[in-house]
Design a protein around this ligand. Structure first.
Ligand code: GRF
Length: 193
């Protein structure tokens, strides 16, 4: 069975899309663990209500990023997943973590990378008057939002569209694309070359 670990920090709507796709066998795999660095993350409630093994590792309890990453890495090693999905995980990972799981970590980012790495992507799109926006799913390496791109989805920005409206449409696109990409990992049609 293809084993997936999902790391979250917040609402977890992308996690929910993955849970749904596993339940429907669209992803031929199993979410073995959900880990949040944020004790308040609603995604943990979603994991619990779907009876998925879950764990909070609060980054505030660690002195350094490396200490946190080590604890995270040790927890993940217990389940030895085939894929680690960062689904709204708002922490920059250090080499301690990345090198251990190299080529197994993917991230979903709400912009058409390499445009707008980091935060506030919807705001930047609107402020710059961009006509296109989108999402990127990519491998994670040492560079923030800089790893090899696996898939991108694009939408046209509507005239006078607000940040909230745009964010909502981007989320809908994420919920379609992330399960599709993860299902391709599970059936072996995507792998790092
Ligand atoms: C998504 O927009 C994702 O691209 C970004 O964080 C957001 C997480 O949303 N990395 P959710 O927690 O899955 O609802």
């Amino acid at each position: 069975m293809f084993k997936i670990a999902v790391l979250i920090s917040g609402n977890g709507s992308n996690l929910e899309a993955l849970i749904d796709a596993c339940n429907k066998n669209i992803i031929k795999g199993k979410i073995d663990i959900v880990i949040s660095n944020n004790p308040e993350a609603y995604g943990i409630v979603r994991a619990r209500s779907s009876n998925i093994n879950n764990k909070i590792i609060d980054n505030k309890e660690f002195e350094t990023r490396e200490d946190f990453d080590l604890a995270l890495s040790q927890e993940i090693q217990k389940t030895n997943p085939d894929l680690i999905v960062l689904a709204g995980f708002m922490r920059i990972l250090t080499p301690v973590f990345i090198e251990h799981f190299i080529d197994k970590i993917i991230n979903i980012h709400p912009s058409l990378l390499p445009k707008y790495p980091g935060l506030n992507t919807h705001k930047s799109v609107i402020e710059n008057g961009d006509t296109k926006h989108g999402i990127t799913i990519h491998f994670v390496n040492q560079i923030l939002d800089g790893g090899k791109i696996i898939a991108q989805g694009e939408i046209s920005v509507k005239k006078n569209e607000t940040e909230e409206e745009l964010k909502k449409r981007i989320h809908s696109l994420e919920h379609i694309m992330l399960p599709k990409v993860v299902s391709k990992f599970a059936d072996g049609s995507i792998h790092k070359d």
